[in-house]
Design a protein around this ligand. Structure first.
Ligand SMILES: Nc1ncnc2c1ncn2[C@@H]1O[C@H](COP(=O)(O)OP(=O)(O)OP(=O)(O)O)[C@@H](O)[C@H]1O
Length: 715
């Protein structure tokens, strides 16, 4: 391998691990001991605010830097020429730079200004939509001169394309670029592709590594304009990556804009959630109001519980600190809920964001001074069935586990972005050293159904694809078997998609759902199937505020169907469609329906309908004959059937897992004999939701091959 470049000598590394003094948190709940006293700023002047003792309102009286001044302060900024030279020279380049050095926001702009992309586009992938959207917004603002997102700088995430003919820098989720590859293997739209946050090793990024490598080669062989590939991260195994990309060049950019002090606990803590709360209140008591806090926890339930605890405790009379604005961030939230974390908090109010690993990479949330890292994450074990396109309908079992060192550094890097910061690691230094270095690639543990279908449409069988790290053989075989049952391929070794398989790939959704759509016209219920699939692809249309839970449930009671959740949601959409345009807002308000999300369902349905028309399907409706829809669901979701066996317990027919009906389901407490589900939620128990009742004889009639191959017996 060529020598690695080191650019820059600004050695402002994360600091703060060497102070032996200890401080103790005296507030409720249980104190946590950190091995560093430098965690908090020196005691500032206090003043009365909202009747409580609080910090002075001008904690930071440095003048705010303009956006261009902020750019110039980034460690990457004065390495522009050297970087441009390297990108020009190498067809593939690995760029490693510390979190906050300016890789994601600056490198696409450097390439653009040097016209390396010539007349093509610069595509930049991100593992998550929140990052893709927020970075596009930031880069458009940095370019200035009235640039709006969707013009020179745009983004593309599933069902939302904010690009135009003018777009030259396109941020997108890795899944979107993968879909584009299905339609053009050579990725001719782009002359430069940047795969950012490569260390995350999401399933899509891993597949993209192989796809872009192949596209580059194809273009080379066919004398087409070359494709430049840039792989970026703050934390990755450079040698492993370089080897995969034909021993390509790697460059390291040193330096962060602001230092982050690290604080480890003195002893291990089992109750990491309580430790987060305790640490938060310690910060809250002493830090100025505009010093915001970001807490990393694992999943929705835990995050909501923590938010409630902080909310309740902050109202106690003996708790000192400014007013709080509490945000939560996890995959199941609506897009607007997720983006609300970027709103500046009102004056003299502290913002606290409690998040899953969504906020772990790429995002900059202005004002975050403190990061509290629980050290835990949820490992997604996709052993139920394929991951679906919607995070909350992914039928995965989830397991809480320790994060990797890479993740710990990424979390730390969320502080110190617009001023110096602190990271509280709720684990000891030795626990950190015992953590695995890198995250296990998702492809090693995920169900490969969707990806196998996508690869087949590109002419590759997963078994023979040039993965950076090959997934287990059993996962590939299981995915292939599933695709056979869905009718997408003739047999597990086939590299050719059946006509149905080809059509399935035209839909930007999980193969199980595209199969339902493709079967629906035969069942005479395509209209209804499109609505149901659109509902499963969008954020929840229901609003159920905790304080008005009963009222919301009561007013929506009239839509409830004994057939289950999907038919109930279908009833809501049907009713909404019949309401006059000018009354819809009031109707949504009255029924606790999220108007934006229900309109988005309609948009998705229209997009899916357009694809149906291109596939030559005629739209038909079953009206009140909902058995047709219930039967049709079996064609795609046959692996998600659960049968009642005793005492409210259900058993899944496919993998024999024990599950229960989730309390939020309209079928909760009703104990139907057989249900099909779209979602598994794991808390202390394993719950299923998104239910529809079905009849046992239908399964044998609709998927006889499956029943035979799995030797399924239904009582
Ligand atoms: N939305 C934003 N609001 C305010 N400042 C921002 C924003 N996005 C980026 N910045 C500034 O630009 C800096 C560099 O951000 P950038 O995302 O380019 O860094 P990076 O090196 O890619 O980091 P990471 O590896 O964490 O993604 C941030 O530290 C911050 O100072």
């Amino acid at each position: 391998m060529d020598t690695k470049y080191n650019i820059g000598n600004n050695n402002a590394q994360m600091n703060g691990m060497n102070n032996k003094n200890k401080f103790q948190i005296r507030d409720k709940p249980t104190p946590i001991l950190f091995g560093n006293k430098n965690g908090l700023p020196p005691s500032p002047k206090r003043m009365k605010l909202n009747g409580k003792e609080n910090k002075a309102t001008i904690p930071n009286n440095k003048p705010k830097l303009s956006i261009q001044e902020q750019r110039k302060k980034l460690p990457i900024f004065d390495k522009r020429n050297k970087l441009i030279e390297l990108v020009q020279k190498h067809k593939t380049l690995i760029i490693l730079g510390e979190t906050g050095s300016g890789k994601t926001t600056q490198i696409p702009q450097f390439i653009y200004s040097a016209q390396i992309h010539e007349n093509g586009k610069i595509g930049v992938t991100q593992p998550r939509r929140v990052a893709a959207i927020s970075i596009a917004t930031r880069v458009a603002a940095e370019i200035g001169q009235g640039t709006q997102v969707g013009e020179l700088v745009g983004y593309s995430v599933r069902f939302q394309d904010e690009t135009s003919k003018k777009t030259k820098i396109k941020f997108m989720t890795d899944g979107m670029l993968l879909r584009e590859a299905i339609f053009d293997r050579q990725l001719m739209e782009y002359n430069v592709i940047i795969l950012d946050e490569a260390h995350e090793r999401t399933i899509h990024t891993d597949v993209l590594f192989g796809i872009v490598k192949k596209a580059q080669k194809l273009r080379e062989n066919r004398d087409l304009p070359p494709l430049k590939i840039i792989i970026m991260s703050a934390t990755m195994d450079v040698d492993h990556f370089s080897q995969y990309f034909n021993n390509c060049q790697a460059v390291y950019i040193e330096g962060r804009t602001y230092p982050v002090s690290l604080h480890y606990t003195v002893k291990p803590h089992d109750d990491y959630e309580a430790a987060c709360v305790a640490t938060f209140f310690k910060i809250h008591k002493d830090a100025p109001p505009d010093h915001d806090v970001l807490i990393f926890l694992t999943g929705q339930e835990e995050i909501e519980t923590c938010a409630n605890r902080i909310r309740t405790l902050s109202k106690q009379p003996d708790v000192i600190g400014p007013p709080l604005k509490i945000y939560t961030l996890y995959a199941a939230q609506s897009h607007s809920q997720q983006m609300s974390i970027f709103q500046p908090s009102p004056a003299n109010t502290r913002k606290v964001i409690i998040s899953t690993n969504i906020a772990e990479t790429s995002v900059t949330i202005s004002g975050i001074k403190y990061v509290i890292d629980s050290g835990m994450d949820i490992l997604q074990m996709c052993n139920f069935r394929c991951r679906t396109f919607h995070p909350t309908t992914g039928l995965e079992t989830l397991k809480v586990q320790r994060i990797s060192q890479e993740q710990a550094w990424q979390r730390t890097g969320r502080a110190g972005r617009d001023s110096e910061g602190h990271c509280y690691r709720l684990y000891t230094r030795s626990q950190f050293e015992l953590m695995r270095k890198a995250t296990i690639p998702e492809i090693q543990r995920a169900n490969l159904c969707t990806v196998s279908l996508q690869l087949l449409s590109l002419g590759f069988h997963s078994m023979h694809f040039n993965f950076m790290d090959k997934p287990p053989k059993e996962s590939i075989t299981a995915a292939s078997e599933h695709l056979v049952l869905l009718g997408a391929v003739e047999n597990i070794a086939s590299v050719v998609l059946t006509p149905i398989g080809k059509k399935m790939n035209k839909f930007p959704i999980d193969p199980h759902f595209s199969k339902i759509i493709l079967s629906a016209s035969e069942f005479g219920c395509l209209e209804e199937a499109l609505i149901v699939v659109a509902l499963m692809s969008a954020e929840s249309i229901l609003i159920t505020p905790q304080s008005k839970r009963e009222q919301a449930q009561q007013v929506r009671q009239k839509f409830h169907s004994a057939y289950g959740d999907l038919v109930t949601l279908l009833n809501i959409v049907r009713e909404f469609n019949s309401v006059a345009q000018n009354n819809r807002k009031a109707w949504c308000h009255e029924h606790f329906i999220n108007m934006k999300n229900i309109l988005h369902v309609k948009e998705i349905k229209d997009q899916l309908e357009e694809i149906c028309c291109k596939c030559g399907l005629s739209i038909n409706s079953c009206g009140g004959q909902l058995d047709q829809l219930r039967k049709c669901l079996i064609t795609g979701l046959f692996t998600n059937v659960a049968e009642l066996y005793r005492d409210k317990q259900y058993i899944t027919l496919d993998k024999r897992n024990t599950v229960q009906i989730h309390p939020s389901s309209v079928l909760h407490g009703q104990l139907p004999h057989l249900v099909i589900f779209t979602e598994v939620v794991q808390t202390n128990k394993c719950y299923i939701r998104g239910l529809t009742t079905i009849e046992s004889k239908w399964i044998q009639d609709i998927v006889p091959e499956y029943v035979k191959s799995k030797n399924i017996k239904i009582s």
